[in-house]
Write a new protein. Structure first.
Length: 216
């Protein structure tokens, strides 16, 4: 049984294919990402849908039916040696459970964040915190960190499948661009970490009465 992310698929990569983690995806997101089908032979896709009911999982499988697809819920029940072999051969892993996504981002080269074609994108900071460049749909305007990441060069907002292809091709065709975007994401988090430390430090030197005065 796998109690943690399936690292053999993600870390022990003999040919070092790029890993794309697609997190909290909805149907429209998965349709967008399916444009990578022709490139799956040189990539590994990890898809963690927002909804994991059987109907949705089956529709996602159909989008990538020409690829070697595994479901995490299936391989996690197999003997470890068998599961590891299958993971090494897989091109698409569908994570059909809850609670693994945030830990999967640390293995990604690029992250696609779902929700941007619906009510709004999901948390991009889970990926950005690991220095992973992000791509997401157009509905991100309620999330200032998304706009900042775009402006600084750590990610892209897309409006359709063609935009997604262009963003992916830019990242995949030039390692320097991918590395630069990764550095932007790391710096983005570090800058904010420093701000939080300063705020906490400032509060810590005030007496309780002073802090109460500030809050009032």
């Amino acid at each position: 049984m796998f109690a943690s992310p399936p690292t053999p698929l993600l870390k022990e990569r003999g040919d070092k294919p790029k890993i794309i983690v697609c997190g909290s995806t909805w149907e429209k997101d998965e349709q967008i990402v399916s444009s990578l089908k022709s490139q799956v032979s040189s990539l590994k896709l990890i898809i963690a849908p927002h909804e994991i009911n059987e109907s949705h999982i089956q529709s996602t499988i159909q989008l990538f039916r020409q690829s070697t697809i595994l479901r995490y819920s299936k391989i996690s029940k197999e003997p470890v040696s068998t599961a590891l072999g299958k993971l090494q051969e897989a091109k698409v892993l569908i994570v059909d459970n809850i609670g693994m996504l945030s830990s999967l981002y640390q293995y990604a080269d690029i992250a696609y964040i779902g929700g941007g074609f619906g009510s709004g994108i999901h948390n991009i900071l889970e990926a950005v915190a690991f220095g992973v460049p992000v791509i997401f749909g157009p509905n991100h305007h309620k999330f200032p960190e998304a706009q900042e990441i775009i402006e600084q060069g750590g990610g892209f907002s897309i409006s359709d499948q063609e935009d997604f292809k262009k963003a992916m091709n830019l990242f995949l065709s030039d390692e320097k661009i991918l590395m630069m975007a990764s550095m932007v994401c790391k710096n983005f988090v570090m800058q904010r970490k420093g701000a939080v430390d300063k705020i906490v430090g400032s509060l810590s030197v005030r007496t309780p009465s002073e802090q109460l005065a500030i809050r009032s």
